[in-house]
Design a protein around this ligand. Sequence first.
Ligand code: G6P
Length: 609
Amino acid sequence: MCGIVAYVGSKQCANLMLEGLKRLEYRGYDSAGIATIDQGKITVVKTVGRVANLEDKLEQVGGIRGSIGMCHTRWATHGGVTDPNAHPHTDDKSGICLIHNGIIENYVALKTYLEEKGHKFKSQTDTEVLAMLIGELYDGDLEAAVQAALREVTGAYGIVVMCEKEPDTLVAARKGSPLMVGVGDGEFVIASDGSAIIAHTSHAFTLEDYQVVKVTPKGFRTSTIHNVPVTPKVQQLEIELEQIELGSFSHFMQKEIFEQPKALRNTLRGRTDAREGKIVLGGVSNFAKQLTATRRIVLTGQGTALHAATIGEYLIEDLARIYSVAEYGSEFRYRNPIIEENTLVIAVSQSGETADTLAALIEAKERGALALGVVNVVGSSIARETDAGVYLRVGPEIGVASTKAFTGQVAVLTLLGLYLARRRHMSGDECSDLIRELEQIPDKMERILEHDAKVRKVTEKYVDRENWLFLGRGYNYPTALEGALKLKEISYIHAEGMPAAEMKHGPIALINDGMPAVFIANKGRQYEKVISNIQEVKSRGGRIIAVATEGDEHIKKMADDVFYIPDVPECLSPMLAVVPLQLMAYHAAVIRGHDVDKPRNLAKSVTVE
Ligand code: G6P
């Protein structure tokens, strides 16, 4: 969504805020803006485009000065991508300046009220309405004005506000959109996430919903929007600078694809006991009894996380023999879902902030479900809203196209599947065997990554084709969905993923001479059937790219190109089969000259419904 960085302290803050903003660019990148207060006056500079465009514009105007300020990257919701719609927004009465992440849902009514009072608006945004409202209510106390305004607002917000009349004060507040406050020595950095804070201080706290913080160089005060004081928990940030820097890689997506073996080792560490045939999940241990009694599981997420959830559906049903279903959070929430006794909801999310997933989770909880989170970002909204959970531990994911979070999510869902299976019917020996196989996945992934150059070569052959199919069955049907999503997200090639059997019920009409069809055709229960589907495509002129099990020579006779993956039990194969698909999408985007880490129109964390 949008990225927020604000600073108050003794340093000139423009450049240090912009450094932080670049780290948050993954959250949105259609416009950027900055404001500071210097000698009691607010200066705002904003522009459409990236943070780099903002830097150019700042250079043209000779830079801006001040040791208090705020900056923002936008992912447009209300109002087009224009300079006036970019943040920060100011009011026309009290010297207010504001940045915002989220959506003010009742902005139309508030705008009418403010227009009747004579305020003139310069943008089409909901954010400007909030700036005007705070200005209207301002009576010499910025904190009080923000609290009062927020009591009138419905919707989601992470905001930072400053005022010319209180030139050493920042006020920030949150409902639904994440905001952290980094606590330094006589200086404070407020940001959407810790990656923009860590270069300045490793101490920070997260604002909770409906909380407001007033920050000056001397200290901070936290309260609710009803002005009830609260004491936040200042904690050590668990990010290292190296994790959020590119190092020797060309793009974060590439770095994150190659990081997967290491990331998975972290995911699994301390959670498997192959000798005892046991899974140890500290985050859910208090709910062990309830989990054993589960009769139905709803896994929910959006995008890549939903694909991981769908693999989870297959895994849990297969291993633990519990009726499971994966659903888009956005659909689940609004269709009056049935939650029976002993229903477990598992929310799957990298960011832990996706509004659709969060809303589904809250709905399920209200109807009595036990809620687990499979989340990467520690302390995120979903992590806090769930009763219990298992963190991915794959480290910060910065590339907008999710890769290591996907394999981490599948790994955690595998652990959960085994955990539930073991508490129900699976024997210790069977569990031990699967754990040993699971523990070898990172090494086997490394073997696949060694063939990166070959994947690039194969991609070059097909990269000009505008329509692709991705087909798989069983456990690898969701892998096909994920392969198609990766390709379309970053290379803007039209790709459809579907169960291989479904192709003949309509999509087969699309196949023409030379159309690439990617088949996940590893050894498994439905191997022969997938081979038949390959023949059906081939005989209609399609070009076959197959992901197959090492040693399968037979497939070479049918496929134009083959990517081999090591042999593993079928239920573990998606974590390997997805890797060549991730690499292929990456190379396709690079060859076509796209901005891999910031694909057009996308945002990494979508905090609006
Ligand atoms: C956005 C991103 C996708 C991501 C989805 C869910 O749409 O562009 O890459 O898969 O959100 O994100 P989450 O943080 O919940 O996993």
